[in-house]
Design a protein around this ligand. Sequence first.
Ligand SMILES: *Cc1c(COP(=O)(O)O)cnc(C)c1O
Length: 463
Amino acid sequence: MAIKIRYYSTNRNLTGVEGVVPFKGYVSFRDALLAGQAPDEGLFMPDTIPTLSMDDVMAFKGGDYRETAMLVAGAFLRDEMPSDELKKIIEDSYNFSIPIERVFDRKYIMRLDQGPTASFKDFAARMMARLMSYFRGRGKRLNVLVATSGDTGSAVGEAFKGISGIDVYILYPGGEVSGRQKKQLDTIGGNVRTISVEGKFDDCQNLVKQAFSDLELDHLNLTSANSINFGRILPQIVYYVYAYAQLAEKGEEIVFSVPSGNFGNALGCEYARRMGVPVKKLIMPTNENDEFPKYLETGCYEKVSPSRACLSNAMNVGHPSNLARFFDLYGGTVDRTGIVHTYPDPDAMRENIFSVSVSDIVTKQTIRRVYDKYNVILEPHGAVGWRGLEIYLEEHGDFPLCVSLETADPAKFPAEIRELLGITPMLPQGMKDIDKRTGKPLELPGDYAILKEYLQDNLKIRD
Ligand SMILES: *Cc1c(COP(=O)(O)O)cnc(C)c1O
């Protein structure tokens, strides 16, 4: 018999924090997915982590990614949805390749950059979009409202494109996104609308927050699709299990290196280990936002504020949102402002996790050196990951089987790659026609009253 998994809040044990009433209850996956975060602003966590047998994992050696996805997602969802429905969602989500390239010996790069927006965020966003559509309830239309400064918005927008029963509204700061990003966002079309806001990213985020807390908009079925939704963590467990099945001998240990910003990707690896994949070490290299490696070194956590602007810009995070989940798994509590209420067991964490900060200078050197030596093209995020792996091996001695994740396509960083390598990387298939696409955003001032009126007049709530 399968155990029914329920979800609790990482803030359930908070006491004496003004304005926070700890949520002590449990919800289903469906409710966690549709709510996004717990009522006390904590993050939802599964109360049981299902385990996979080594035979189950290895059964898909040489197999299709989607088979492993069924195994992993099925372990979490089988009490809440029929497996043929889950199968449809998975087949529809993962229609692109997941190349694992050998760099040298048994050291590999896994490229998670072949989806429609050429970033690993496609893996999570595509599955979450389809799960939301499935779980939304009969005849109900959901309205996803997101603020973005770039990559997440296009991954979410593309993921929801054409998904039935859901409309998406993406707010972005008109003056702050790059030309190509703007193009990517504005031309998705269909059920995905963009709103170019006069202001900064923080203004967009505040507008979205106000809309979510506005009781007069309660009837609009607003929902978020942000990175703290457990529906985005679950799909990110799969590729660790998949890589293990493809590369390892049965029972062998493996090292993963995951370039980290908000720690959602690395959390997928932590769950994969707890599900039964023998992960010797999870390496979580960061860019110059070094709050986490410092914490592992000193045992004392201090967020970086304001966050530092680095080349690997999707990792410019001074207080990772999913740190609350890591702390919870190791017995601690940290709130969303970065205050630690209970410290986790640092030794248990150090046993499983290694982290190091990689500077922009070293990131650039790594891109150049890896290309010269191995003829492998990395972009800044992947280079932080690879360098983190190298540092771990230098400090701890060689380890046979290692996989470093490449989280974006180098073609998304044409200027950096041209400067460092003197070549122009080819745009991935899904982005080839990008400059020819057309589409316009709605333009709004950064004024909540105007946004509210627009939402009230335009959002549909029935299917
Ligand atoms: C979001 C992102 C990351 C960081 O992932 P987290 O889950 O936030 O740690 C790394 N690389 C790229 C390209 C990203 O878009």
